[in-house]
Design a binder for this molecule. Structure first.
Ligand SMILES: Nc1ncnc2c1ncn2[C@@H]1O[C@H](COP(=O)(O)OP(=O)(O)O)[C@@H](O)[C@H]1O
Ligand SMILES: [Mg+2]
Length: 500
């Protein structure tokens, strides 16, 4: 990976996810804070709403009760004044109490300067007359101490239920404000009519026009209460947000390192594979061009040595000739392996019974075994095992593996050749009791040119693997150090009858 590729991967794996995750989390974070503020404002608003409704409801009840149960209309002036004063003193919420005639004009009041204008308008008066219940007036007023008040009045009824006048009380907004302030002193609150006209407010001084409000309607008056949503910074959530960014930063870097490592390994593996392929190609070309040239003179030498062998029956000479012949055979086998590498691997495949091939190979393996002083056990299934292969090549594979087994064992040990069927596969198992392999080396044995032997080619198992793969089979090796090695070949069994 060059530095440009590395940089683009860094952007893709670290920077981009970091930005996307941060923005997403920030939006979610902001949304959840807004929702939290909304819920809090809604809760405060509903507490305020209930408190104001409660005050209005209570006052309406009181005024209604007084207007029905007192005998105000029949009292003299002094008693009327005394009664109104005593009502005013009973409750701190009351500013002034008024007694109005049927037309809404003030007859008596606790106020020192009762207003000249009417305190209630016609609509409200008609409503009170028709319902014969207490009504909250739309108009707000000002008491003697210049405080804003709102008005509740109830009709005073004759015995025949005719309306004789009205008992009116003014309630101080300050009383309401005190209640709301005790609930939450910092909260900014607006009280408005349903037509959005200001009634009163609390802590409105430093309100920003962009502030968001939660508005709830009152049930006892045609007003609504609006509570400002707090804009306080939520430090705990901010810390969670920073931790999130920090961990995302770490995690994306860890992912980057893993991906980088993975790509690096994959690249080196590819490069190694490329080098091996190049090596093979070279050897293949070399083998193809020279193997025949070596084999021909070799056959000539072999024939001549045989002639000499017959000509000199002396025991010492015979011994030398046998060594020459063996060495010639060795050269022959190495050249044969090279030939396989050089040859194109497309061969004429036919169906063969594995048992038949093994039967032909048995004398060769047994003579090899005798040479190494090793006992071979044969465990061959009775039923046919038809597979698709090239006879000579399968023979070569089994012989190669058996030879490896002999070479790994000490004299007197056992090698088992086990041939059986498992599901739809013919299995050829060659089990030796030799020195075995370390787990690290097991991975390497199928690589070309890997050998632990002084005179080994390192091509035996590599060639075996290529041949078995050509037959659509697999080859596996399992081994335990000092215990032995098992090579297992699996070949798919053919459904039709064996032809040879
Ligand atoms: N049965 C076995 N027991 C222990 N080691 C083995 C066995 N078969 C193969 N090997 C190891 O695998 C290597 C490669 O084998 P192979 O490809 O046949 O090449 P060569 O026999 O020429 O070394 C051997 O050198 C040996 O180290
Ligand atoms: Mg070998």
């Amino acid at each position: 990976m060059n530095s440009r590729q590395r940089f683009s991967k860094y952007i893709l794996i670290v920077i981009l996810p970091l930005i996307i995750l941060t923005i997403t989390y920030w939006l979610y974070f902001d949304y959840s804070i807004q929702e939290e503020r909304k819920a809090k404002a809604e809760w405060i608003g509903s507490v305020y709403q209930k408190s104001i409704d409660q005050v209005i409801r209570e006052t309406k009840g009181n005024v209604e009760w007084l207007s029905r149960n007192s005998s105000i209309p029949y009292m003299d002036e002094k008693s009327k004044n005394q009664l109104l004063d005593s009502i005013k003193d009973t409750d701190p919420r009351y500013a002034d109490i008024y007694l109005l005639d049927r037309e809404g004009m003030t007859i008596h009041s606790t106020s020192k300067q009762p207003p000249q204008s009417k305190l209630i308008d016609h609509e409200d008066m008609d409503l009170a007359v028709n319902t014969q219940k207490a009504v909250m007036a739309n108009k707000t007023g000002i008491d003697d101490l210049n405080c804003t008040c709102f008005t509740i009045f109830a009709p005073i009824l004759e015995k025949n239920k005719e309306v004789r006048g009205f008992l009116l009380v003014q309630i101080k907004f300050d009383y309401l404000k005190n209640i709301l302030n005790t609930l939450s002193p910092e909260q900014t609150v607006k009280l408005q009519t349903n037509e959005r006209e200001k009634v009163d407010d609390i802590n409105i001084g430093n309100v920003n026009p962009s502030s968001r409000w939660m508005t709830l309607p009152l049930t006892e008056a045609e007003w609504s209460i609006s509570v400002k949503m707090l804009k306080k910074k939520d430090t705990q959530n901010i810390h969670i947000f920073y931790s999130f960014i920090f961990f995302t930063f770490i995690i994306t870097h860890v992912i980057y390192i893993i991906v980088y490592e993975f790509l690096y390994r994959r690249n080196s593996k590819k490069q190694k594979q490329l080098i091996d392929d190049q090596k093979l190609n070279f050897v293949g070309t070399l083998a193809a061009s020279t193997a025949h040239e070596i084999k021909n003179p070799l056959t000539g030498i072999k024939g001549l040595v045989q002639l000499l062998n017959e000509k000199h029956p002396d025991e010492q000479d015979q011994f030398y000739y046998s060594i020459i012949m063996k060495e010639i055979e060795r050269i022959n086998s190495i050249v044969s392996e090279f030939l396989i590498l050089g040859k194109p691997m497309v061969q004429n495949l036919s169906s063969y019974d594995v048992r038949g091939i093994v039967a032909e190979l048995r004398p060769i393996i047994e003579s090899e075994a005798r040479f190494y002083c090793i006992e071979v056990e044969w465990d061959i299934v009775r039923s046919p095992l038809p597979v698709y292969c090239t006879k000579d090549q399968l023979k070569q594979v089994i012989l190669n593996i058996a030879k490896n087994g002999f070479e790994a064992m000490e004299q007197g040990k056992n090698l088992t050749i086990h041939i059986y069927q498992k599901k739809q596969e013919a299995i050829i198992e060659i089990i030796d009791t030799g020195h075995g392999l370390e787990s690290n080396d097991i991975q390497k044995v199928f690589e070309p040119f890997y050998t632990s032997k002084k005179e080994g080619t390192g091509l035996g198992l590599f060639v075996c693997k290529r041949i078995i793969e050509l037959f659509n089979g697999t080859i596996e090796i399992t081994s335990k150090l000092s215990e032995g090695t098992t090579v297992m070949i699996r070949l798919p069994i053919l459904k039709e009858n064996v032809s040879k």
